[in-house]
Design a protein around this ligand. Structure first.
Ligand code: GDP
Length: 473
């Protein structure tokens, strides 16, 4: 196994913590450990068995103690990167970690680039590209369902499916080539009918996978959601209810301005990214205060609108204005304040939204608007809301099959292209062209699938993918 340049990075999150880990990989890693780590036993670190945790101290060039630590040497190829890897587990103070990192630089390592450890694991064949991509998804998974998707990819379950399809295609190619080489045997007809049947079967499989891409994207990136409604309808109460009921606030991303704060909540396993939560808290009337244009922009940013109506008041022109604004969007209408005497019913809201949708013929009236009675005051209707959100996120995909979902747009695009080549192969057969042409189409499909797992992918794409990783991974 060829070892790359010596690289090092802090692998744990910044801030104070119990321990922090510095990871070093590449040619000379073991030597570096020998020069900066002294076991308390008095032995040399290289005398220990591979992967044994050794207690000792990290000392600087001048012999000064930097910190006490555990050092583990993982010789190639049995390490994360398949290279010699050293992990130094020190106390998790940022100064201690920085000092040790600086020391590794002085001893010949250079700063690892984003995702460089995982990139090496990929280049050395330990992980395929889908698995490597999944490493980051596991780290960033916002909900349990997202984690299930990510681990399905990391474990190789997803790439196994891709590889199976590639093997099927390869077998077809082999048969067709045999029929080209031995035209006197009558394997030709068999190979062609086999190709037609198999191509259709594979297309079916790919179409099913593509259907899951929508859900995969939501589980990975979250469903961007805007809460819209007239003043006092209960927008911020609903938002607070969602924030309270969720199992954990997973992110709290503050944008550059106060009004672009987004919070992610876990609703029935679906990560809901609530857009502009600061705006909802502080603004009484979205439309009046920020203007119709801004409100439209806000709605455009969302994939799901939670439209809040006040059931204790009659629908009025403000509600109509809201209904007009959200026309054509994926909407869940919440008829709030179900604990109070009702002045407005679900039917009234449905009628309002239907009339708004019907007034624009270009819009699909079946965009699935569901109206749910809720009470932000006592939590009534929350389960129904959770179910409605799950229905939108899973859109007919089986939750049990989460590990198989396509989870990124690059994969989806490649699957789409592979499916097209399979269709072309069938068309080529139909038009009576020779086997050589069918083989060309099949080979293209095979290559497209290979780009998903990274077997046939360009360096630029690889660089692009690992650029999005965090440092130290
Ligand atoms: P926003 O202006 O749309 O954000 O509305 P708020 O969330 O500030 O709510 C307006 C008022 O309605 C507040 O006094 C809330 O306490 C009250 N409210 C909100 N939701 C409910 C509810 O489900 N039941 C009752 N009884 N009051 C509610």
């Amino acid at each position: 196994m060829q070892q790359g340049e010596l690289i090092s990075a802090i692998a744990t999150a910044p801030g104070e913590s119990g321990i922090g880990i510095i990871r070093i990989s590449g040619k000379g890693a073991v030597d570096l450990a020998k020069r900066c780590f002294v076991p308390f036993s008095g032995k040399n670190i290289s005398e220990y068995a591979p992967r044994q945790a050794v207690y000792g101290k990290v000392t600087g060039i001048d012999g000064q103690l930097i910190d006490e630590a555990i050092c583990i040497i993982m010789p190639a190829p049995h390490s994360y990167t398949c290279e010699d890897v050293v992990e130094i587990q020190s106390h998790g103070g940022s100064v201690a970690l920085r000092e040790i990192l600086e020391l590794t630089y002085k001893l010949g390592a250079r700063a690892a680039e984003r995702g460089e450890f995982t990139k090496r694991a990929f280049l050395n064949g330990r992980l395929d590209l889908t698995q490597a991509q999944a490493v980051m998804d596991v780290i960033q998974a916002p909900t349990k369902a997202s984690l299930k998707l990510a681990t399905g990819h990391l474990s190789g379950h997803f790439s196994g499916k891709i590889r199976e399809m590639r093997n099927d295609i390869l077998a077809l190619i082999a048969h067709l080539e045999a029929s080209i080489d031995f035209p006197e045997d009558d394997i030709e007809d068999v190979a062609i009918s086999e190709t037609k049947a198999k191509a259709a079967e594979l297309q079916g499989k790919i179409q099913k996978m593509l259907k899951s891409a929508h859900t995969g994207k939501i589980l990975r990136e979250g469903l961007k959601t805007a809460i819209i409604g007239k003043p006092n309808a209960g927008k911020s109460s609903i938002m607070n209810l969602l924030l309270r009921e969720q199992r954990a606030i997973v992110t709290d991303v503050a944008g550059t301005t106060r009004d672009s704060i987004e919070e992610t909540v876990n609703i029935g396993g679906v990560p809901l990214v609530l857009i502009d939560t600061a705006g909802i808290r502080e603004t009484d009337d979205v439309v009046e205060k920020i203007g119709v244009e801004r409100a439209k922009e806000y709605i455009d940013k969302a994939s799901l609108i939670l439209a809040v109506f006040d059931s204790s008041r009659r629908l009025d022109h403000e509600d109509e204005e809201i209904a007009e604004l959200i026309r054509g969007n994926q909407v869940i209408a919440l008829l709030n304040k179900s604990d109070l005497q009702a002045e407005t019913s679900c039917d009234d809201v449905n009628a309002l939204l239907a009339s708004q949708n019907a007034s624009d013929e270009s819009i699909d009236n079946n965009l699935g608007i569901s109206t749910i009675q809720v009470s932000a005051a006592n939590g009534e209707g929350l389960e129904a809301l959770e179910k409605a959100i799950q229905d939108i996120a899973y859109e007919g995909n089986n939750q049990e099959e989460t590990a198989d979902f396509v989870n990124d747009s690059r994969q989806a695009e490649l699957l789409r292209q592979a499916e097209e080549f399979l269709q072309t192969a069938t068309d080529t057969i139909e038009s009576g062209m020779s086997e050589d042409f069918i083989v060309i189409d099949l080979r293209s499909a095979w290559e497209k699938l290979g780009e998903i797992t990274g077997e046939t992918v360009g360096e630029d794409i690889i660089d692009q993918i690992f650029k999005n990783f965090c440092l130290g991974k």
